[in-house]
Design a binder for this molecule. Sequence first.
Ligand code: HEC
Length: 113
Amino acid sequence: MKRFAAAVLACASASAFAAAPPAPALDLFVRADKGNCIACHQLPDGAGPATRADVGPRLEGARMRTLGRSALRQALVDPMRANPDTVMPPFGRHRLLDAAEIDRLVEFLVALP
Ligand code: HEC
C-alpha cells in the first residue's frame, strides 16, 4: 500500500511538472540549462541582471528592432549560417531551445528598451 501511495504521489508531481507554465523569456535568457545568454551578452539597464559579460555584443532594443524578427530567429536557430566561426551556440539546430522558446526570446529581444 505504501508503495502504491508513493507511485501515485510520483505521478501527481510528474503531471504537476508537465502542467507548469512555460518559463518567461527572461528565464530562458538567464537560465544555464536554457539559453544562458547572460553568460555572453549584457542587457540594457533594468531589463535583467547586470553583468559584465562581453563575449557577445550588448543587446539593445533599437538594434534588435533594426535586425527584425526573422534575422533574430535565424541568429538563434543557427548563428553559424551568418558566421561559421561564431562562439554563439546554434540553439535551434542543436535543440537547446524549441521553436516556441525561440519565438518567446525573439519577442523579448524586440521589446528591449
Ligand atoms: C557563448 C557566448 C554566447 C551565448 C551563450 C549567446 N551568444 Fe549571442 N552572440 C555571441 C557572439 C560572440 C555574438 C556576435 C556575433 C557573432 O559571433 O557572429 C552574438 C550575437 C548575438 C546577436 C546579434 C547581435 C547584434 O547586434 O548583431 C543576438 C541577437 C544574440 N547574440 C542573442 C543571443 C541570445 C538571445 C542568446 C541566448 C539564447 C545568446 N545570444 C547566447 C555569443 C553568445
